[in-house]
Write a protein that binds this ligand. Structure first.
Ligand code: UN1
Length: 514
């Protein structure tokens, strides 16, 4: 399976990919092994970039930018359209590669590529809508307007869990905005990155545009640090942990660069007494179990009214018991492996701490081993939180399928619990009546404090059309839809005097003639 797939996606011929020999022995210096998390076995070796090759790529991106920014935006949109078409043709193999390399189930791998296709479509339309405003000047015979200009080569850092779509959000928007990209993907998903970037670069080059889509693969120490310190990159868009984001934010701020940070989440679903419990069940199930709990939007906390808690939780426990865990490429599987053994350790440690802090494990809580489970599998887990006392583990984002269940009596209490998290990415309420919904969405800002708020839908699975991101430790950035494109451009306010006298703003008179 894997070799045919690598062949099909052109990876077998890529200079960076080392297919043979891939054994258990430590690879030669400068090569990283990417492994299949379902088996724990290596898939291929990938050559890492060095400082020198980084510099070459950077120079290509600078030259690429200088040519690309001169291409009219709607023409750039046509290149993005062709990339979207090529992604459509590669939908299944690319989705399968994602499943193979990061362990998300096939349907979700394909869904991720679909997300890139969707943002490509969005970006094509956008390429004719990079609108600036016109504003009336206070002075006669003056005109004022703003225009949006390409920003530069931009740095993109992405995490393992969305190795294709997060690039898509940045790359498709950045490209129509006239930027070139230098992408540093996760070292857990280098093959997906190579396949993804090759598609975009090949299409762009065939249409005569070299140096727009660039890739650097390397460690955080060597390549990551170079990238974030590099003053030639006016924007660093980074997705990953809060710890990483804090570092990137500080380094880029010191050089007065721009960041777009999309970091962790500790997302909650509130379930009101009059909620449609079928919907609440489905939303929670996908939100908490999907992608084996490895989305930044994963539902980590269920805050359920005490009157419906038992019914809903019993139903979830039954469903969790029936979940098919296994090979992500097997179409029956709902839960694939975690990305690596460290994630399994963190899962086990969180469960241990939950128990020590008085939590009751209602289902799951174990690592899954045995035949066919050579990789990093764990059971989706529900923990009931003790009625009183601190429960600090629920404040941590453990990147694994653990759902903490809290109960509440009144909505204010539930809203306070939902907002009592360091991060502010995604939130949801299931409710029948509009009063609770309106309090959750209050225009005074007293409801959910998150960047994403869902009503009768779970916390994960955003469409591309909205701005995606969140507040507090989530980093404040907004990617994907709406007006997120503005972050990939620089704004210029233009004032034109088309008269024959010099008039100063604020009515100031200055000079001898007055
Ligand atoms: C992420 O986990 O970093 O809303 C992104 C979602 C997806 C994106 C998740 N569209 O769950």
């Amino acid at each position: 399976m894997s070799s045919a797939l690598l062949e099909h996606l052109g990876l077998a011929d890529d200079d960076r990919v080392v297919l043979e020999p891939v054994g258990d022995e430590t690879p030669e210096a400068g090569i990283v092994l990417t492994e299949n998390p379902a088996t724990g076995r290596p898939i291929a070796g990938v050559r890492l970039d060095t400082e020198e090759s980084y510099e070459q790529t950077m120079l290509a991106a600078i030259a690429g930018f200088d040519r690309w920014r001169r291409v009219p935006a709607p023409v750039r949109g046509q290149v993005v359209r062709a990339i979207g078409e090529e992604m459509r043709r590669s939908l299944e193999p690319l989705g399968e590669l994602i499943a193979l390399e990061v362990g998300k189930i096939r349907a979700e791998g394909i869904g991720e590529v679909q997300e890139t296709i969707d943002i490509a479509d969005f970006a094509v339309g956008l390429s004719r809508q990079l609108y600036g405003k016109t504003m009336p000047s206070e002075r006669p015979e003056h005109r004022m307007y703003e225009q949006w200009l390409p920003l530069g080569p931009i740095g993109v850092i992405s995490a393992f869990n969305f190795p294709n779509a997060v690039w898509g959000w940045n790359a498709m928007l950045g490209a129509v905005c006239g930027d070139s990209l230098v992408w540093k993907p996760s070292l857990f998903a280098p093959l997906t990155a190579i396949a993804t970037n090759s598609i975009a670069d090949r299409v762009a080059c065939q249409m005569g545009h070299e140096g727009v889509f660039n890739l650097v693969i390397g460690t955080d120490d060597v390549i990551g640090e170079r990238l974030i310190h590099d003053r030639r990159l006016p924007l660093i868009s980074a997705t990953g942990s809060c710890r990483m984001g804090r570092h990137v934010g500080a380094v880029v701020a010191r050089r007065l660069g721009r960041t777009l940070l999309e970091l962790g989440g500790n997302n909650a679903i509130i379930v009101e007494p009059d909620a449609d419990l079928d919907l609440a069940f489905e939303g929670t199930f996908f939100g908490a179990v999907g992608t084996a709990g490895q989305r930044c939007t994963t539902t980590r906390r269920l805050i359920v009214h005490e009157s419906v808690a038992d019914v809903l939780v019993d139903r979830l426990v039954t469903a969790y018991k029936g979940v098919v865990i296994g090979d992500p490429l097997d179409r029956r599987t709902l839960v694939g492996p975690l990305i690596n053994s460290r994630s399994v350790d963190q899962f086990l440690r969180a469960i241990e701490q939950a128990k020590q802090q008085g939590g009751e494990v209602l289902v799951g809580g174990e690592r899954v081993t045995g035949d066919g489970f050579g990789g990093h599998f764990v059971q989706p887990t529900i923990v009931r939180v003790p009625a009183s006392g601190a429960f600090p583990i629920a404040h941590e984002e453990t990147f694994a399928p653990i759902l903490y269940v809290f109960t509440y009596r009144d909505l204010d209490e539930a809203l306070a619990m939902q907002n009592n998290a360091d991060q502010g990415l995604s939130s949801a309420i299931f409710a029948g009546g509009m009063r609770a919904v309106e309090r959750f969405l209050s225009p005074a800002g007293t409801g959910s404090d998150c960047g994403l708020a869902y009503v009768n839908g779970g916390t994960s699975g955003a469409e591309i059309g909205g701005a995606f991101g969140g507040e507090k430790d989530t980093g404040g950035g907004r990617e994907s839809g709406s007006d997120s494109w503005k972050q990939y451009m620089r704004r210029q306010t233009v004032t034109i005097n088309h008269g024959s006298s010099m008039r100063l703003a604020q009515g100031i008179e200055f000079g001898a003639s007055s």
